[in-house]
Design a protein around this ligand. Structure first.
Ligand SMILES: Nc1nc2c(ncn2[C@@H]2O[C@H](COP(=O)(O)OP(=O)(O)OP(=O)(O)O)[C@@H](O)[C@H]2O)c(=O)[nH]1
Ligand SMILES: [Mg+2]
Length: 417
């Protein structure tokens, strides 16, 4: 009986153990099918993100094994690489919208090149017109009465337009006087009176340029740096060449090599001989040579450039006086003209320069440049009225057509038109 019981128990226990083992096997003993892929290694940036299926785990492992070991710094560097948003190139461009190709333009004949249009004096003086004449008009037109208050306003406009004290007084005296005598009864009459007086200021007896009085006729051009001396010489040389005159240029500004080159370019364009020496050469020697060459070649005109600054310790005026003297040794009576170039944008400073140069060099004429770039063109009234220096040419732009002979009436008409 006990033996039978034992046998049964052992069977039950064995079955139980088998069940427990089977259960445990079922729970933990099952081989893992979801093997994790090897961690992905940062890769160098691809030129384009090519969409492709991820490699199988074992392939990746193999690839890793084949790759040579790399320096940790390099790996770090690679790991830090980020793609800026703008550098991301889309794998495929977005589909282009369906647009109809524009019709092919019919072949056209090239337009014939037109020569540059000559700027009118009115255009060149537009800024001064705005800054002086328009303001005068605003003061005198549309007033119920032309009284002392109008004269005060007029005075203020003239003072702020760089016309100069004496010039303002002269203009106001005329208007006041004629108003008192009841000669001016409306705004138009006042404007006409101002216009006439301005014209009188610009028109005064000045010796005309007598190109044929000497052969060559020698012009010395002076002025502080940057006012437009070299450009004016180039423009003038072109004009004289167009009139059929032979012209020799002297590169007397030896302060910097670029100044000599600039004159050579203008000379080439105009078809003139240019006499130059190296940078730093004696300006008097260059000018002497140029005048001498003009005499030997029987040129009609010699124009000599000079420096606005010097490389020597000699004061500018002293140096210029030496150049002046030496020219006379190369040709009797030379220079026949000494022209001061003034930059109109300098306003009162230009007047000051005119005073200083006139004292030292006995100027025979003035060239007022850059009138196109300033509302301070009224300075021309002061130069003529106070210094009695004749304006020979005016510059209203950078091209050769923009150097114009100065005629007072034309100038005033353009300003008031
Ligand atoms: N808008 C305008 N520019 C001008 C005129 N005249 C000259 N210029 C310009 O002014 C600048 C200076 O001219 P330059 O001829 O080199 O002057 P510069 O007096 O020879 O100067 P330095 O040789 O330095 O003493 C250049 O850029 C010219 O083109 C003008 O009438 N109108
Ligand atoms: Mg120059």
């Amino acid at each position: 009986m006990f033996e039978q019981m034992d046998a049964i128990n052992w069977v039950v226990i064995a079955a139980f153990v088998v069940l427990v083992i089977a259960f445990i096997w079922f729970l933990f003993g099952k081989p893992d099918q979801t093997e994790l892929p090897a961690p992905e290694k940062p890769k160098p940036l691809p030129p384009e993100p090519a969409p492709s299926a991820p490699p199988a785990a074992d392939e990746q492992q193999a690839a890793l094994r084949e790759e040579p070991a790399r320096a940790p710094a390099e790996a770090e560097e690679e790991a830090e690489v980020t793609i800026p948003p703008e550098a991301v190139v889309p794998a495929s461009p977005p589909p282009a919208p369906a647009v109809e190709a524009p019709p092919e333009p019919a072949p056209r004949a090239e337009p014939a090149p037109t020569p540059p249009r000559k700027k009118s004096l009115k255009e060149g003086l537009a800024k001064t017109q705005e800054g002086l004449i328009s303001r005068i008009r605003k003061v005198i037109f549309g007033k119920p009465e032309l009284d002392a208050k109008v004269l005060d306003e007029l005075e203020e406009v003239l003072y702020t337009a760089d016309v100069g004290v004496k010039t303002v007084e002269r203009l106001l005296d005329v208007v006041r006087d004629r108003l008192n005598k009841k000669e001016l009864n409306n705004a138009q009459a006042v404007q006409d009176a101002i216009k006439e007086e301005m014209e009188r200021m610009l028109e005064f007896e000045a010796r005309p340029i007598s190109w044929d009085s000497a052969k060559p006729y020698v012009i010395m051009v002076v002025g502080v740096n940057g006012v437009g001396k070299t450009t004016t010489i180039g423009k003038l040389a072109s004009k004289l060449r167009e009139e059929g005159k032979t012209v020799v240029l002297g590169a007397g500004d030896t302060f910097r090599a670029a100044a000599v080159e600039q004159l050579k370019i203008w000379g080439e364009r105009a078809g003139c001989e240019v006499h130059a020496m190296a940078e730093g050469a004696d300006p008097a020697a260059v000018s002497f040579d140029a005048v001498k060459a003009g005499v030997e070649k029987k040129a009609d005109v010699v124009i000599c450039d000079t420096a606005g600054r010097l490389h020597t310790k000699t004061p500018l005026m002293e140096e210029l006086r030496k150049v002046h003297r030496v020219m006379g040794k190369a040709h009797e009576g030379a220079p026949h003209e000494v022209w001061l170039v003034l930059d109109a944008t300098n306003g009162q400073n230009a007047v000051q320069q005119a005073r200083q140069f006139n004292e030292m060099l006995n100027l025979t004429g003035i060239v007022l440049t850059k009138l196109d770039g300033t509302a301070k063109g009224g300075v021309i009234l002061q130069i003529c009225n106070e210094l009695k220096a004749p304006i020979r040419y005016i510059g209203i732009g950078e091209s050769k057509e923009d150097l114009q002979e100065f005629h007072p009436r034309e100038f005033i008409d353009a300003l008031f038109s």
